[in-house]
Design a protein. Structure first.
Length: 446
């Protein structure tokens, strides 16, 4: 405890780190304040029924990412998700389209072009989602609408929601530039954490007051949640190291042998992307009944309920498939093999060239499979929790995208803090070595 307090003091004594933390906290405070500003034309006192409807299924997940702004009918109701959708699309385009790959390799100028196109695409996606959100509001919560404002409601709401998302995107970029950590990821994490106290209280009441098993069951649920978090930490940080030797080099009359190094292959190289892709695909059938989930039939009704057995089976299979697909897109064994050959490196017992490429590919497939299965299990855990009588809101913290994002972002932020400490010869946050984050600045690799 004494060392922990001393570490906090060391963090505060570093002027640059202190400034980054304060800027990040200030911008987060602005974001949370905006999440509670209700759209014009809506009576905030009549949003209770609307909030209850948005706690179920995929809408509840969307509301979790928005930090409750969706159910509050806030000006920031769409949050950062349209930007995430645009970023995912642009990332896939840069991987699949050779011309975009060339632009990305141009350095800062190429990245600026792609970022600008991503902003334009974000505005288009937000306009489409804002129109859908207005339709949902008018169909599901008509009693909360103020009659005198109806002629202006549609246009003002679409414009405000679009401006709100662009503002949140700007906040994320400012956190990235002036603050600490990946701004987009931190905004999503803050939105998720903002729902945690209310979810805990709701679950405690359901178990202690509603005859759901009392305090013992509630404590058991918290223990299970901690175990899941520990498992996700292992998944995020897990690597398989392949030993690499370097050929001897003769300089004059002396021989030099390069020191043995290791090629780290991540167990979960795809991050949270397979879960996001799977959720996006699973959400499509529900669009046919978006304005009234309760009236959805057949496959639309199944896909709107993440506690449905068929939903979990299809969703788990899709997560595994997308994990292998996305890993294949971002991981190139041939490029690694060529780089090793150019640097006179080789894997012991494996011939350079095609055999090295095949060997690295086989190892990556072997470690990707258990990672994909674990990721699929993490994805369906909220549904399993609901079937185990956990409340809908609290169940989202038992796995899926929300918990994986929280674990990854917290590890990344702690890693940045530790880097600042070690650069100034302070002790790190952990005794047993450095914290291993994902070491990425991509806004969608959350």
């Amino acid at each position: 405890m004494k060392k922990f307090i001393q570490t906090l003091k060391n963090i505060w004594t570093i002027e640059e780190l202190r400034g980054k933390i304060l800027v990040t906290l200030l911008l987060i405070l602005v974001y949370r304040f905006g999440a509670h500003i209700v759209l014009p034309g809506i009576d905030p006192n009549k949003l209770t029924e609307f909030s209850a409807k948005t706690q179920k299924g995929l809408l509840g997940l969307f509301d979790t990412f928005a930090g409750g702004a969706f159910s509050n009918a806030s000006i920031l109701a769409l949050g950062i998700m349209p930007y995430i959708s645009a970023s995912i699309f642009m990332q896939l385009v840069t991987i699949l389209v050779p011309k975009m790959q060339k632009i990305q390799k141009e350095g800062d100028s190429g990245r600026k072009k792609i970022n600008q196109w991503t902003r334009y695409l974000t505005a288009i996606v937000t306009l489409l989602q804002a129109g859908t959100y207005v339709a949902y509001l008018t169909n599901q919560n008509r009693e909360a609408l103020i009659d005198s404002y109806q002629p202006y409601f549609w246009i003002s709401t679409v414009l405000l929601l679009t401006a709100g998302t662009l503002f949140v995107m700007w906040l994320g970029e400012k956190i990235q530039d002036k603050g600490l950590g990946n701004g987009t990821s931190i905004i999503i994490m803050v939105g998720i954490l903002a729902r945690l106290p209310e979810s805990l209280l709701q679950e405690f009441r359901a178990k202690n007051v509603g005859g759901g098993g009392g305090l013992f069951v509630f404590v058991a649920e918290i223990a299970v949640l901690i175990l899941i978090i520990l498992g996700l930490i292992v998944l995020v940080q897990g690597v398989r190291k392949i030993p690499i030797n370097y050929a001897k080099q003769i300089v004059g009359n002396r021989q030099f042998t390069g020191a043995r190094q290791f090629l780290p292959l991540k167990v979960n190289a795809s991050g949270v992307m397979p879960i996001i892709f799977a959720q996006a695909i699973m959400f499509l059938p529900t669009l046919f009944s978006f304005t009234s989930f309760e009236s959805g039939q057949g496959i639309a009704r199944i896909f709107a309920d993440h506690s449905n057995v068929w939903y979990m089976v299809i969703y788990g299979v899709m997560v595994v498939a997308f994990t292998f697909l996305y890993t294949a897109l971002i991981f190139n064994p041939k490029q690694i093999s060529d780089n090793l050959k150019q640097s006179n490196g080789f894997i012991p017992g494996v011939k350079p060239g095609q055999e090295t490429t095949d060997y690295i590919g086989q190892i990556m497939d072997r470690i990707t499979l258990p990672g994909a299965i674990f990721l699929a299990i993490a994805g369906i855990l909220p549904g399993l929790a609901m079937r185990a009588s956990v409340t809908a809101q609290f169940s989202t913290f038992f796995g899926g995208t929300s918990l994986l994002i929280m674990v990854g972002v917290i590890l990344d932020t702690l890693q940045q803090i530790e880097t600042h400490l070690l650069m100034r010869q302070y002790d790190g946050l952990m005794k047993s070595g450095r914290i291993q984050g994902r070491q990425t600045s991509s806004p969608v690799s959350i």
